[in-house]
Design a protein around this ligand. Structure first.
Ligand code: PGA
Length: 268
């Protein structure tokens, strides 16, 4: 099955409005006219409008980093799927490990209270995914095991459970249009990359779970990204694997040159 690779930059909590604009302006000439890859940038909410303007006509698509599952109401701080569409977003990252209830990389500020505060679960991922799809957004659903899971030999079971529960109740047609990002928690922002055969193997496990739940057609169409310390030096090898259809890129997406190199590495 021919799947169009997709490379998305997850800017996390980085970039002022001016910096966001400058990053997109730097990116445009570096990927101008490039075919055979879909390029997405996911700025913080505050820079979405500026990025929309800067990216207009460039083919760079806009994504958000999270979404709430209600259409509107008394949900202070939350952003609805329809609001993201209104702001020009086509994609939305859902279930990033930094928002999930368990953190594999302990940081001083990642206290238990903070984990509970974000408190993303497979159930909230499921609700957000359904709401995003209903609004016409393309969800980028993140899954990944912690180092503890991996050491205990639970990787495949953890990933399968996250995929099954996160996507429960979706139609085959909806799954066919999805993006799933395999992001081993221990490889995010650590400089450690999952080695290529293992990253491809787990992406294959994800495709198998999609096939079992939604059929071969849906599983063959859904795109599966790898994420976790993707860099210009490792992107081509990762993206050339049969089950890896591009990447979700954090740190290396914050600079136009490195992100453009990664985008180019997805073109066969
Ligand atoms: P990283 O982040 O590329 O900085 O490891 C990836 C992600 O969290 O999506």
């Amino acid at each position: 099955m021919n799947r169009l690779p997709i490379v998305a930059g997850n800017w996390k909590m980085h970039k002022s409005i001016a910096e966001a604009r400058a990053l997109v302006e730097g990116l445009k000439p570096r990927i101008a006219g490039l075919a055979g890859v879909e390029v997405v940038v996911c700025p913080p909410y505050t820079a979405i409008a500026a990025v929309r303007e800067a990216a207009a006509g460039s083919g760079i698509a806009l994504g958000a980093q999270d979404v709430f599952w209600k259409e509107k109401g008394a949900y202070t701080s939350q952003v609805a799927p329809g609001m993201l569409v209104d702001a020009g977003c086509r994609y939305v990252i859902i279930g990033h490990s930094e928002n999930r209830g368990r953190f594999g990389v302990p940081e001083p500020e990642m206290t238990e209270a903070l984990c509970r505060w974000f408190g993303e679960t497979d159930e909230s991922v499921n609700a957000k995914t359904k709401a995003a799809l209903a609004a016409g957004l393309v969800p980028i659903v993140c899954v990944g095991e912690t180092l503890e899971d991996r050491r205990a030999g639970r990787t495949d079971a953890v990933i399968a459970a996250q995929v099954e529960r996160g996507l429960a109740g979706l139609s085959a047609g909806q799954v066919a249009g999805l993006v799933v990002a395999y992001e081993p928690v221990w490889a995010i922002g650590t400089g450690e990359t999952c080695d290529t055969p293992e990253a491809d193997r787990v992406c294959g496990v994800i495709r198998g779970v999609l096939a079992a739940g939604f059929g071969d057609g849906a599983a063959g169409s859904a795109r599966i990204q790898y994420g976790g310390s993707v860099k210009p030096g490792n992107a081509r090898e990762l993206f050339s694997q049969p089950h890896i259809d591009g990447g979700l890129v954090g740190g290396a997406s914050l600079e136009s040159d490195s992100f453009a190199q990664i985008v180019r590495a997805a073109v066969p």
